[in-house]
Ligand binder design. Structure first.
Ligand SMILES: *Cc1c(COP(=O)(O)O)cnc(C)c1O
Length: 397
């Protein structure tokens, strides 16, 4: 006897008739060119793929701002790239200092402790950035070999604006620095070589505006020497950089590469190169600041003070009496705009990564956001908010 065929429900019945505008904390909308590339399957080995991989590495060097040849892709979420950075540079008894601002930076600490590292965490007070003097003291006391931190902590919308100083300081003490730039890469400056970072991680579905499931990592030359001289093999076979080297640097087989996703990321990187980093950073800054001014002009407040505020994802404190879940559901159902709640904090988050930072998306999102709060009984000044958004976009143009 066979198990019965299940009752079939078509995708059309499941998907919304009008696509949702994805303005949450990722995944973000993808350009048409990326979507097209993602529909193609080619041989994962051979000359065509070799040419594509070569270009992905060259364009990545520009986006990461590094001369290092050690760029690799990962079939997996941003977390797989985080795990690749950690498990290749950290092993049993490695001394790791994890600077923790929230959910994602703590994930790096968790990954390090799972491979048997001796992990010390430096917990940064909510809505603020690490104090350099304190970082220096911990380094001098604990003498870490590896330091992990995020550039932008998506969970509570904090940006470690002193990342360059922290990284350069850590370097003076001989530490290897791992930076999670999943939500920030290509949305704001990050200079891997100049800032002396040893591993930078990004996912596909945030700043790069590609699809989820294929991520990128860059190791410095120095980091790569550490990987080549490690005393034991990594327990993670798929994430082993020396095995990934087969595919990413020797045109041979490691595992079957996610070809469509790599083609998609190729197009996403090509769009960044065409736009140039300078214009792309300016676009993100202009859009994010205009949206922030618009939100404040509605009568709401932003969760993080300006000196620590992330622009790539905006955290908004909930108005009294409105539940974040109800707000996210309402704006999605009624206005077809998707925004994000948060892990544990009483905030909602609106993304400003890649294709999210477009004026027409901002007008629709702010309007839907304001209307939703009003629908749920909140008091806001919608015309002033919309006018401030417009003014912000003009002022910073
Ligand atoms: C989203 C995110 C991650 C995790 O990426 P996944 O693709 O969900 O695994 C890690 N770090 C930061 C800063 C992020 O924003």
């Amino acid at each position: 006897m066979l198990i019965d065929v299940p009752e079939l429900i078509s995708l059309d019945e499941i998907l919304p008739t009008e696509p949702l505008l994805m303005m949450g904390a990722g995944p973000v909308p993808i350009p048409e060119q990326v979507a097209r590339a993602n529909s193609i399957v080619i041989n994962h080995l051979g000359d065509t793929m070799a040419k594509i991989i070569d270009q992905v590495k060259q364009m990545s060097r520009y986006v990461f701002q590094t001369q290092s040849k050690w760029i690799m892709g990962v079939a997996g979420p941003g977390s797989a790239a985080m795990e690749m950075a950690v498990t290749n540079l950290v092993w049993q008894d490695t001394r790791v200092l994890s600077i923790c601002n929230g959910f994602f930076s703590s994930r790096l600490a968790e990954m390090a402790s799972r491979v048997g590292a001796h992990v010390e965490t430096l917990k940064v007070a909510d809505a603020s950035i690490p104090d350099l003097v304190e970082v220096k003291q911990v380094i001098e006391r604990f003498r870490p070999q590896v330091i992990t931190l995020v550039q932008g902590e998506t969970s509570n919308t904090v940006c470690n604006k002193n990342l360059a100083e922290i990284s350069q300081l850590a370097h003076q003490y001989g530490c290897y620095v791992i930076v999670d730039a999943v939500c920030t890469l290509s949305t704001m400056p990050l200079k891997m070589d100049e800032w002396q970072i040893d591993a930078v991680i990004t996912g596909g579905q945030k700043g790069l505006s590609s699809i989820p499931g294929v991520s990128l990592i860059a190791f410095s030359e120095r980091a790569y020497q550490r990987i080549h001289s490690r005393p034991t093999k990594s327990a993670q076979w798929c994430l082993d950089a020396q095995l990934a080297e087969q595919f990413w640097h020797r045109s041979s087989y490691h595992y079957t590469a996610p070809v469509s996703g790599i083609l998609a990321i190729h197009e996403a990187l090509a769009l960044i190169c065409k736009e140039t980093l300078e214009s792309r950073f300016a676009r993100h800054l202009r859009c994010s600041l205009a949206l922030q001014r618009g939100i404040e002009a509605l009568g709401l407040s932003l969760y993080v003070p300006e000196e620590a505020r992330l622009n790539s994802v905006i955290g908004i404190s909930m108005p009294n009496g409105i539940a974040q879940k109800a707000l996210c559901q309402h704006i999605s159902n009624r206005y077809r705009v998707e925004i994000a709640g948060s892990f544990g904090l009483d905030i909602v988050r609106i993304g400003q990564m890649g294709e999210q930072s477009r004026a027409h998306h901002l007008f629709r999102t702010l309007h839907a956001f304001g209307c939703s709060i009003r629908d749920l009984g909140g008091k806001i000044d919608l015309p002033t908010g919309m006018a401030e958004l417009e003014r912000g976009l003009q002022a910073n143009a």
